[in-house]
Write a protein that binds this ligand. Structure first.
Ligand code: COS
Length: 380
């Protein structure tokens, strides 16, 4: 699939940034579990942190294809940085852009879209993962304030975030998922505790947190969109977000493939580069083919999103296939490195650990298959 001139330009710009600024620190932020604030500061200057947000709302006003290419190029070098940006844009900027009223957009979007403020999104809970509608966090109206109690789990960026979108049950007559609403909160307010979850397998430069609410008082006007529509809102948000996780997986697969391509042409055994052996060459061929297929799915979902089409199945297919591809390619990349691939001397083991996240975050592979199959069967 040919890129637009704009997407091609974005690819060149982000690739240069990733090579110069991310590659030198990617292994270190993974090892030290360090949030790369300096990279956020530099991406802020490049206008990458509000890429899909219209210019009049403080962003760069680019399309979803440019966004997917951005995340792909970041992930090709550093999965942690790609995840930080994807969560910030898809899960924090987008809900306010799509569902915020004019004063919420005016207040919250410019600092997010410029990158002055890092955003995060609290949907999952300890007992509400794939079954995200099982939210137990509550918000009770008391005068002109909501009083929130509960805890969110696995929240990317929450430790650095000053704008968190989250879901809570607002009660009333209705039951099931129709009493879930979305809110905006600054995690620095009284009653919110952010506990980072350390020791993750991968994406260790990004923070993953538990966010606890204890009698947190939120102004009534910080309810996002219509009350009771929070569940549908986040399903719509995830439809878009899954394209970015697909793009992240694509970038990780590409990065691991390039490492394998280089290594197998340099590494000699039995008197020749191992790429000369058909078993190795065929593995490279299969990697390249699967990556190309994943790239088509991710870009196609991005283009369809901007065309206003129903992308429920397309975004789930893109995420499912790209994340499984990233797992497969990075596993094979380690195999092709032999013993070296099993050490931290080469980046493929980090890419493999980072890739695992893409089969879990924003819906597991099994949830993607559920979503795709429901769309196929309902469409008949
Ligand atoms: N986009 C917009 N609306 C959607 C939607 C989508 N992709 N899928 C369903 N809806 C709507 C439905 O039409 C339904 O509307 P009505 O109440 O008007 O009928 C409503 O949302 C509820 O849908 P449904 O009954 O199908 O919800 P389920 O409880 O069966 O859950 C799944 C659906 C499993 C697909 C959903 O819970 C899900 O995606 N889970 C994974 C969550 C996840 O990805 N977690 C990781 C978060 S990382 S931030």
């Amino acid at each position: 699939m040919h890129l637009t001139d704009e997407a091609q330009m974005v690819r060149e710009m982000v690739r240069g940034f990733a090579e110069n600024e991310l590659r030198p620190i990617a292994a270190e932020i993974d090892r030290e579990e360090r949030f790369p604030q300096e990279s956020i500061d530099k991406m802020r200057e490049l206008g990458l942190l509000g890429i899909t947000i219209p210019e009049e709302e403080g962003g760069s006003g680019m399309d979803t294809l440019c966004y997917a290419v951005t995340i792909e190029e970041l992930a090709r070098v550093c999965g942690s940085t790609a995840l930080i940006v994807a969560a910030h844009i898809s899960l924090a900027c987008q809900p306010i852009h799509l569902f915020g009223n004019p004063s919420q957009k005016e207040k919250y979007l410019p600092p997010l879209a410029s990158g002055d403020v890092v955003g995060s999104y609290g949907l999952s809970e300890a007992d509400a993962g794939s079954d995200a509608g099982a939210t137990k966090t509550t918000a009770r109206l008391d005068g002109d304030e909501w009083v929130v109690n509960g805890a969110k789990m696995w929240i990317t960026n929450a430790l650095q975030s000053r704008t968190l979108i989250f879901t809570a049950r607002t009660g009333g007559e209705v039951e099931g998922t129709r009493d879930i609403s979305s809110f905006i909160v600054d995690p620095a307010v009284d009653g919110v505790t952010v506990n980072p979850i350390m020791g993750k397998l991968g994406v260790r430069g990004s923070t993953t947190c538990e966010v606890v609410f204890e009698d947190v008082r939120i102004p009534a006007e910080d309810l996002l969109g219509e009350p009771g529509l929070g569940f549908k809102q986040f399903l719509t948000i995830l439809d878009g977000g899954r394209i970015s996780i697909g793009a992240m997986a694509l970038g990780l697969a590409q990065g691991a493939y390039e490492e394998a391509l280089r290594f197998t042409q340099e590494r000699e055994q039995f008197g020749r580069p191992i790429s000369k052996f058909q078993a190795v060459a065929f593995m490279l061929a299969e990697m390249a083919t699967r990556i190309k297929a994943a790239r088509h799915l991710v870009y196609d979902a991005a283009v369809r999103k901007d065309a206003g089409e129903n992308i429920i199945a397309d975004s789930a297919m893109a995420k499912y296939y790209a994340s499984e591809t990233a797992q497969w390619v990075s596993t094979k990349a380690i195999q092709l490195h032999g013993g070296y691939g099993y050490t931290k001397e080469y980046p493929v083991e980090r890419m493999w650990r980072d890739a695992k996240l893409t089969t879990i975050g924003e819906g597991t592979s099994e949830i993607q298959l559920l979503v795709i199959s429901r769309e196929i069967l309902n469409g008949q």
